[in-house]
Every structure is written in C-alpha cells, then in structure tokens.
Design a protein around this ligand. Structure first.
Ligand code: KG4
Ligand code: ZN
Length: 344
C-alpha cells in the first residue's frame, strides 16, 4: 500500500488530502474562499492565489499531524498542475515540488480534470474501465470515453458556457449570490418546472455538443418580464438543462462503442435532480451508474491524491521542472469546436 499527499489549488478551494492506493482517505482539509470572492460575484484570481499562499502550508502541516506521518512516510506527492487559475495552480504545484524534493519522493503533476474523471473510482472499487463520463463543473462540460488512466476520448464539449457557469449566472440573475448552483437547486425544489417556457439549445442537433449561453439569456428575459416566480424560473431552468444533458448524452453514446457504465463527476454532479435523471437514463440503456459522494464532486484534494495514486501504481511520475498549465485538455487530439470559448 502506498500513501499519496494530494494538493488542490486551481480555483477557489485550497485543499490537502492523504489517500492510500487502497482507497482510504487518511486525513483531509478543505478551505473555501467563497466569502472572499462573494462581493465580486465570481472568483478573483489575485485574491485566490494570495489565499492559497497563506493557507496551504499550515493545512499540509495539519493533515500530516492528524495522520501522525512524516515526510518520509509518503510514497509520492501529487498536485493539480492545471487547468485553472495560474497563480493558484503555481502555489500548489511549487509546494508539491518542494515537498517531493525534501522527501526525495516522486512528484505527480495532476490534470485537475483527470482528478474529477477518476474520482468515481476512489469511491467505487467496482468501477472498471472503460466508462462514459459526463464531466460537469464550473469550467467544463464534456462527455468523455474513459479507457484507462491517461486515456480519454472527448465525445462532446460545450460551444459556450459550462453547465456550472450557467447555473451560477442564472442564480445571479435570480439574486441567489455566488456560487449559485446549490442555491438554485434548492429554490427549484419549490417551483414548477413547466411554468416557464425556456429553450433547449442544440437539442436534436447532429453534433453532440452542448450550448448553455442561450438558456441563461432566456432566464434573464424571463426574470425581466416580471411575469414569473423565481422558483418557477429555477425549476424550469434545471429541467431544460437536464433535457439538454440527456439528449446530448444519448447522441454521444450512440456514436461510440457500447460502454458498460455511465459516470458523472465535477461540481454539478452534486445536483440531486441531475443525478437521478442520469441514473434513470443509464438504467434504460442497461448501463451501470456511478456518481461519487457529494464531497468528492466539488473541488477537493482527495481526488487529486487519488489520480496521483492511479498514476503512481502504473509507475508514472513527473520531473521537478514540470510546468503549471492554465489550459490542459484531457483529450489533446479532440478537434476544437466552432464557437467554443477556450476553456481547456
Ligand atoms: O468542480 P467544481 O467544484 O469547480 C470547478 O472545477 O469548476 O464545480 C463548481 C461548480 C459551480 O459552478 C457550482 O455552482 C456547481 O459546480 N455546483 C452545482 C451544485 N453544486 C455545485 N450546480 C448545480 N447544483 C448543485 N447542487
Ligand atoms: Zn473542478
């Protein structure tokens, strides 16, 4: 059994975790910066980087102390090396390099998206490759075929906003604050999903890509019309988003070899309505369904340590001069899509 220290600092969560190759989370810490960014309605990169620089080292000391471990007890050090806000990524990656050097242990520079992509395997030991992955977060909205560690084939992506971004922007329009995804989901529980006619962008289109910018604009128009309750707009938005997800997933899966399991990961995977819609969809297609527990959906360090563990087991490591990458697609061979905001 090997013990991996994982560090996550690519957005607005500073997180540290110790995870074993036996899927045990020995200790973890997570510090959210939500309050620091809330007055600005979104993440401010400079504030994020400064907060990571202040919080990270004491949090590493804390998890090591809680686990009763010394640097010498670690088998490898893993940190997010991208994609993300580059100042924050550099804080985490440079810290990991220093620790790996001091401990004389391998460094693993982790793609944050690979952390999300493999997170269901940390929670579910039965989940084998290959599987279909719906990766839905604040910065990404993709369908991938996961064939193994480091083997990803992108089947679909968004041509504009990510789904989490659409949740956050719609929540802001409804006055729900930032980050809005969880608040919008709560409000939707009390609304009528059929009350507000909203578009389903790209539904039935021939390429399986996503688009959410038009849906968000329709939410703005519905709000400004003054004709609808916020809860009805929230419920109708969520319903429209789910229709888009299922339609695009069906097309993506029809276009590739049959896959035994459907997996959802990323922050939006914490949404209960989306999880249950996906579970029903998978059941109809005779696919197993797997979703990580809520705490592993939104950004965390256990998933980074676990991606490190998966790569460590296969004998991989990275040199100490590895670069931090603001953009880092999981499938470098995927064609850029027209209209795509350059997200990865
Ligand atoms: O994976 P994550 O923590 O950070 C990124 O890598 O982007 O995802 C954060 C995103 C935010 O847009 C947030 O609003 C969304 O996930 N999110 C949700 C829910 N919980 C988090 N969206 C919808 N429903 C939720 N319950
Ligand atoms: Zn993330």
């Amino acid at each position: 059994m090997a013990i991996i220290l994982g560090i996550e600092s690519s957005c607005d969560e500073t997180a540290v975790a110790l995870v074993t190759t036996q899927r045990q989370i020995i200790a973890e810490r997570i510090a959210s910066q939500t309050e620091a960014h809330a007055p600005y309605g979104g993440v401010v990169p400079e504030i994020a980087a400064r907060a990571h620089a202040e919080k990270l080292a004491p949090m590493i000391a804390d998890v090591m102390a809680e686990a009763g471990l010394d640097l010498a007890d670690l088998d490898a050090v893993a940190a997010t090396a991208g994609p993300g806000l580059i100042g924050g990524v550099m804080v985490g990656l440079v810290s990991a390099k220093a620790l790996a050097m001091a401990a004389d242990k391998p460094l693993l520079a982790i793609n944050h998206l690979e952390g999300h992509a493999l997170s269901p395997r940390l929670a579910d030991a039965r989940l084998q490759f290959p599987y279909a992955l719906l990766l839905v977060s604040g910065g990404h909205c993709q369908i991938l075929q996961v064939d193994g560690v480091g083997k990803y084939r992108r089947l679909a992506t968004t041509i504009d906003d990510a789904l989490g971004e659409a949740f956050d922007k719609s929540a802001k329009i409804l006055g729900l604050g930032y980050p809005g995804g969880p608040a919008l989901e709560q409000l939707a529980l009390t609304g009528d999903a059929r009350a507000v006619p909203l578009p389903r962008p790209l539904l039935k289109s021939k390429e399986p890509h996503f688009s959410f910018a038009g849906l968000k604009s329709a939410v703005l128009r519905a709000k400004e019309s003054g004709e609808h309750q916020n809860a009805d707009i929230a419920a109708s938005f969520q319903h429209a988003a789910i229709d888009c997800l299922l339609d695009r997933l069906a097309l993506s899966l029809d276009r590739c070899a049959s896959l035994p399991a459907l997996v959802v990961a990323g922050g939006v995977a914490a949404n209960t309505a989306i999880r249950s819609a996906l579970e029903g969809f998978a059941a109809k297609r005779n696919m197993a369904f797997s979703a990580p527990p809520m705490a592993l959906c939104t950004d965390n360090a256990a998933m980074i340590a676990w991606a490190g563990a998966e790569r460590f087991i296969t004998g991989q490591s990275d040199p100490l001069d590895v670069s931090a990458r603001p953009r880092w697609p999981l499938d470098p061979d995927a064609e850029p899509v027209r209209g795509a905001g350059a997200k990865a």
